[in-house]
Design a protein around this ligand. Structure first.
Ligand SMILES: C=C(O[C@@H]1C=C(C(=O)O)C=C[C@H]1O)C(=O)O
Ligand SMILES: [Mg+2]
Length: 463
């Protein structure tokens, strides 16, 4: 871990939320489509909506409106700042709920020290919100909560108005005519700075051979332009149709939506049990059972991919060692097969130590060598120097935490930033000493596929 980062983050203390009151009220409602609830917010809450569904589909969250925003422009202390502000806000909860907790949802940028100008206009270095209207589907039940965070008195009328609005949203979501979403029409597809990307792989591989780092993840981006602006609901619909077996997420900031379908859990905490996933090492799916198995077996035995993977296992194990007891890590990876790609996969679990929290794990895990590299600081500095873009929220933690401290963060890969008529798609890969620019380039195409399928930018000539 970076001592510099630690000393500056630990200093952060805040009392600024202690003058607030946090009211929350939950009702159980009939099951409805999560996307219908998201769409019901089209008129009044655009730019202030969030969407999340875990891989297992046992937990779905939709948020409409911002009861409160926690955003940080802070370079070093952002994890600590969000953690403390959330703890302080939660200490002001007036009426505890038993079944459903109020939730904070959002994410962090990949690297606040990257100053490259980019498309991430409306996303600060940390961007979280407590939704005004929060729908959760879990254990086969649907709940809608109202959250109100205020430092004023006289909340009775305000709360009555929120109840009316809640009922309107639920009714609209249950009865409205659902739009038939068409795939957007892509009029232009651009590989951004392809030559520089190829060049950066060659250079970084040489630096790794010269022992400047052991592994560095380098990514690139693809820009799509559509004939018509694409709505957030439509984008989320397309991606959930195409990638049901991944975490689905969407986070709006003004007219932008960051969304994706990622297979990679960063960390989940439930009742003090912490779970993470080491995911690194990739190969395509085969088009017959035999070819698919052959590719999978080759991946399991491939030296280059196993080395990419092992860096991640070692690092996550170290962080878990610090924050948890009874840690369990299988000795060898398994395959995770998803629609377009297979990965090497090792789950990690442990019991959180009494003083550790979900945000502590997020802070110390990000970025794992699956998206950063090894050693962490050297890799980050090489990414800043050689990568041709600013990652924004791509490859960074996105997720939720509740008032009890339970929650889950995924690594925001297989993702895109939607900006009305255009979308930026991101994909990268782990560079180790045996990497070549051609095969890394081909690997990024496989990783673009989930988003290309969703957004209709797939061409038939790709590898
Ligand atoms: C960098 C990405 O994915 C990461 C890199 C992988 C690899 O290089 O093998 C595999 C899974 C992810 O941890 C991406 O999807 O953009
Ligand atoms: Mg790889």
């Amino acid at each position: 871990m970076n001592p510099q980062q630690n000393s500056s983050t630990e200093k952060y203390t805040s009392t600024r939320y202690l003058a607030y009151s946090f009211y929350t009220e939950t009702i159980e409602v009939s099951r409805m489509s999560a996307l219908a609830f998201f769409e019901a917010g089209d008129k009044y809450y655009q730019g202030k909506r969030m969407f999340w569904q875990n891989r297992e589909k046992t937990f779905t969250l939709v948020g409409l409106g911002h009861a409160h925003v926690l955003a940080s422009p802070n370079h070093h202390g952002r994890f600590e700042e969000i953690k403390q502000d959330w703890q302080n806000l939660c200490s002001q909860i007036v009426n505890e709920e038993a079944d459903v907790q109020p939730i904070l949802f959002g994410g962090f940028s990949f690297d606040p020290l990257n100053e490259t100008q980019s498309e991430w206009t409306h996303f600060p270095q940390a961007y979280f919100a407590v939704p005004s209207f929060q729908m959760i589907i879990k254990d086969d039940q649907a709940y809608v909560s109202i959250n109100l965070i205020t430092n004023e008195d006289a909340t009775f009328n305000a709360f009555e108005a929120l109840r009316k609005e809640r009922d309107r949203l639920i009714h609209a979501a249950q009865v409205m005519e659902r739009p038939k979403y068409q795939k957007p029409l892509v009029v232009e597809r651009t590989e951004i700075k392809k030559e520089q990307y190829m060049d950066s792989i060659t250079k970084v591989t040489a630096l790794i051979k010269a022992k400047q780092a052991e592994k560095v993840v380098i990514a690139r981006s693809l820009r799509l332009e559509f004939e018509q602006p694409l709505s957030s609901a439509s984008a989320l619909y397309q991606v959930s149709e195409e990638q049901p077996e991944s975490f689905l997420f969407g986070l709006e900031a003004k007219n932008q939506l960051f969304f994706g379908a990622t297979p990679e859990r960063l960390v989940k905490v439930k009742d003090r049990l912490a779970l993470s996933t080491c995911l690194a090492g990739s190969t395509p799916r085969g088009n017959t059972v035999e070819k698919d198995e052959k590719l999978g077996n080759e991946l399991l035995n491939d030296k280059k991919n196993r080395s990419e993977h092992q860096f991640v296992v070692n690092m996550i194990s170290e962080v878990f060692n610090e924050h948890s007891s009874h840690m369990f890590v299988p000795k060898t990876p398994k395959l995770m097969k998803i629609r377009d790609i297979q990965h090497l996969y090792t789950p990690v679990e442990g019991e959180l130590k009494p003083d550790s929290t979900l945000f502590d794990l997020v802070k110390d895990l990000h970025p794992t060598p699956a998206l950063g590299g090894e050693p962490k600081q050297e890799a980050l500095s090489l990414i800043r120097q050689y990568e041709t873009m600013n990652r924004g929220f791509y490859a960074a933690p996105i997720g939720w935490i509740d008032a009890k401290g339970d929650g889950e963060f995924a690594v925001a890969i297989r993702s895109a930033l939607l900006n009305e008529k255009e979308a930026y798609l991101y994909a990268g890969g782990g560079i180790v000493e045996d990497s070549t620019s051609e095969s890394e380039y081909a690997e990024t195409w496989v990783k673009f596929r989930p988003m290309l399928r969703a957004l209709g930018g797939q061409l038939s000539d790709e590898s």
